[in-house]
Design a protein around this ligand. Structure first.
Ligand code: GLU
Length: 370
């Protein structure tokens, strides 16, 4: 540490499946990371990559630490050491990490550099979510939020709603919630509530999202934002709205509050925001759920584009990235909805059926090497 003290951290990388290609998935830094959580997140990555039909398996990583209490230099040392420990397990053909909670482009640049120093040559495709100037992809930062916008647009059309009178509530204002709120506001949706880890703000007439984001950037909190009422992260979920977008963390919608949720569309920006018990309640209430493994798959889809561009050494224009992202998200949305209708199941079950089918199919095709 900066003060000369030695601190030992625990970190994990879980690789869940390789049947369809190299394992893929983010790395999160948080004080409450557990091995079980990372395991669940790794499995979700397998199903997520299969739902959008990109040639990856699933993995996830995490380090138990509190990045808010650490300096940039300390985070760099932590990241480089973690990478060095994983050197034999990651790689462009093996397992390709990416950002997740509390990790970002800088974290990916450090991983890429550490891996490259060991390989004795620059290996850009070992991670995705890198800075654009360091072989990242245009559009990657916005891709998860953009993917959410795309699937919400499809759901809104399907339910016969109009963007201008569709009220949107967003839990979280990071790289997923913040970007989704910005893009939805730009597209003409009425974003009426937004939150950060400390709490949220609500204005039934609609928030001026660029102004809110500028305030957040300046003050590092939404607290005391002038043109809205304060609302807690839990109360925010129960606000009257057409689209609810949980984009923070796991287990937010549970058997305790699912009955009080008033949205028509639930678009899961976070991984695992809804518990299984809550899911049954939402189904009975007729909420149109866009499950996490579909709704937030825009991020990993653009990660796939980044990996392809790195391996080609040829980089695409942002319009090309966004157009290809849209093609994949719309097709996957339609695949899931069609599966749900054909098999008479809800969208989450349909997404899992589709994903498990795809993984099982290639597993059988490959056969067992014995
Ligand atoms: N961490 C993101 C997710 O949960 C992105 C993973 C990736 O791009 O590999 O989907």
């Amino acid at each position: 540490m900066d003060n000369g003290h030695i601190e030992v951290y625990t970190g994990y990388r879980v690789q869940h499946n390789f049947a369809r290609g190299p394992a893929k998935g983010g790395i999160r830094y948080a004080p409450d990371v557990t091995l079980d959580e990372v395991r669940a997140l790794a499995a979700w990555m397998t199903w997520k990559c299969a739902v959008v039909n990109i040639p990856f398996g699933g993995a996830k990583g995490g380090i138990i630490c509190d990045p808010a209490q650490m300096s940039k230099g300390e985070l760099e040392k932590l990241t480089r050491r973690y990478t060095a420990e994983l050197i034999d397990f990651i790689g462009p053909e093996r397992d390709v990490p990416a950002p997740d909670m509390n990790t970002n482009e800088q974290t990916m640049a450090w991983i890429m550099d550490t891996y490259s120093m060991h390989a004795r040559h620059t290996v850009t495709a070992v991670v995705t979510g890198k800075p654009v100037d360091l072989s990242g992809s245009k559009g990657r930062i916005e891709a998860t939020g953009r993917g959410l916008l795309i699937v919400v647009e499809e759901a809104v059309k399907k339910l016969g709603l109009k963007p201008s009178n569709t009220r949107v509530v967003v839990q979280g204002s990071g790289n997923v919630g913040g970007v989704a709120a910005k893009l939805m506001h730009q597209t003409g949706y009425k974003v009426i509530a937004l939150s950060d880890i400390y709490g949220g703000i609500h204005n039934p007439n609609g928030l001026d999202i660029p102004d809110v984001m500028a305030y957040l950037e300046k003050h590092r909190t939404l607290e005391k934002y002038p043109n809205a009422e304060a609302v807690s992260n839990m109360d925010l979920l129960e606000l009257d709205c057409e689209v609810l977008l949980p984009a923070a963390t796991e287990n937010q919608i549970t058997s305790q509050n699912a009955n009080k949720i008033k949205c028509r569309i639930l678009a899961e920006g976070a991984n695992g925001p809804t518990t299984a018990a809550a899911d049954d309640i939402l189904e009975r209430k007729g909420v149109f759920v866009i499950p996490d493994i579909l709704a937030n798959a825009g991020g990993v889809t653009c990660s796939y584009f980044e990996w392809v561009q790195d391996r080609m050494g040829y980089f695409w224009k942002e319009d090309v990235v966004n157009e290809r992202l849209k093609d994949i998200m719309v097709e996957s949305f339609n695949d899931v909805v069609k599966y749900a209708e054909t098999h008479g199941v809800n969208n989450r079950i349909a997404a899992y059926m589709l994903a498990i089918d795809r993984v099982a199919y290639v597993t059988r095709l490959r056969g067992i090497y014995a």
